[in-house]
Ligand binder design. Structure first.
Ligand SMILES: NC(=O)c1ccc[n+]([C@@H]2O[C@H](COP(=O)([O-])OP(=O)(O)OC[C@H]3O[C@@H](n4cnc5c(N)ncnc54)[C@H](OP(=O)(O)O)[C@@H]3O)[C@@H](O)[C@H]2O)c1
Length: 297
């Protein structure tokens, strides 16, 4: 279990290991990728804008590769997975958008569930036969207010609510990672699926919501309350590298799990609902056309 005050300085030597981090040009993903590369891993920055990816890579030391991945476009996800040389030791499903204006992905999904959950669901299952160690999925404390609407996951019949769509997508992240671990267990795989969340960290996430007032509050909150992106990345790094049981959920251990060093957190009750997780998995397979792979690592 986490020692107190675990930091990136406690990362093991990662030479010879490879990691893919989605959304690695900004915020938590950038800080995590930088630390993994600094510890010796070969790190792929999986980013939708390779210009931003190269700018981020320039501030990193070590073996860093930039590749294009748009999680809001399944063709891009498929192409990224197809061109990924294996094996991949660690996949970090980190990229995300929050409380955006109502928008659709290239495949017609609501943008937040499409990017945060369905894109990562497809990517993970496509890469799974090549993953050797673990999948880390980055959720959020806001999953606690989440509800999954299996009849209208994509907000086609409901009136769109940006924050509810975000919390639904972050609850989907946890239901997905826990169902993934159950499937890996059933398949007799040694690959682990673990979850993390950064608490509240100052990143670009808070500036892209549908409401100018929320964006302004985000700026003020980032200045006054939030911890740094480097601190926010510690739960991800801990989940990615320490010897932990599959299905664990790591977040900051300080005030209200919003800040501090990594510790074990407990998912909300609705994230532990195995029936919903199974149904969400089936629905995600139907929507993405990507299924549980025949062979896993
Ligand atoms: N910051 C917090 O307090 C907080 C709290 C709870 C959970 N989280 C979670 O932490 C994760 C990282 O967020 P962050 O705070 O680091 O925010 P961020 O600074 O905005 O970074 C988000 C990253 O996701 C990328 N992204 C967005 N849409 C994408 C797409 N369609 N395809 C590929 N990449 C895409 C962004 O790329 P662009 O730069 O091109 O937009 C960016 O690199 C998210 O899953 C978020 O839900 C954050």
């Amino acid at each position: 279990m986490p020692q107190s005050r675990w930091t990136a300085a406690d990362l093991p030597d990662l030479h010879g290991r490879s990691a893919i981090v989605t959304g690695a040009n900004s915020g938590i993903g950038r800080a995590a990728a930088k630390a993994l590369a600094g510890a010796g891993a070969t790190v792929t920055l999986a980013v939708r804008d390779t210009g931003k990816g190269h700018a981020a890579a320039e501030a990193m030391t070590g073996d860093v590769v930039v590749r294009q991945l748009d999680l809001a476009d399944l063709a891009s996800v498929r192409s990224f997975a197809k061109d990924t040389p294996g094996p991949v030791d660690i996949l970090v499903d980190n990229a995300g958008v929050m409380a955006t204006p109502e928008r659709r992905t290239a495949d017609g999904f609501e943008l937040q569930i499409g990017t945060n959950h369905l894109g990562h669901f497809a990517l993970t299952n496509l890469l799974l036969p090549r993953i050797t160690d673990r999948v880390v999925v980055v959720s959020s404390g806001l999953h606690r207010s989440g509800k999954i609407d299996l009849d209208d996951l994509n907000w086609e019949r409901r009136s769109y609510k940006p924050w509810k769509a975000y919390s639904q997508s972050k609850l989907a992240n946890l239901l997905f990672v826990l169902e993934l671990q159950r499937r890996l267990n059933q398949a007799g795989s040694n690959v682990r699926a673990v979850a993390a969340h950064p608490g509240y960290a100052a990143t670009n996430l808070q500036g892209g919501t549908s409401s100018p007032i929320s964006n302004l509050l985000g700026v003020v909150g980032n200045l006054l309350i939030a911890q740094s992106d480097t601190m926010g990345a510690l739960p991800t790094l801990y989940a990615a590298t320490e010897d932990l049981p599959g299905g664990i959920y790591i977040g900051p251990s300080g005030f209200q799990h919003m800040r501090g060093y990594p510790g074990v957190d407990v998912p909300a009750r609705q994230a532990l609902d195995e029936e919903t997780a199974r149904l969400l998995w089936d629905l995600s397979e139907r929507l993405t056309g990507v299924t549980w792979p025949a062979a896993v690592g």
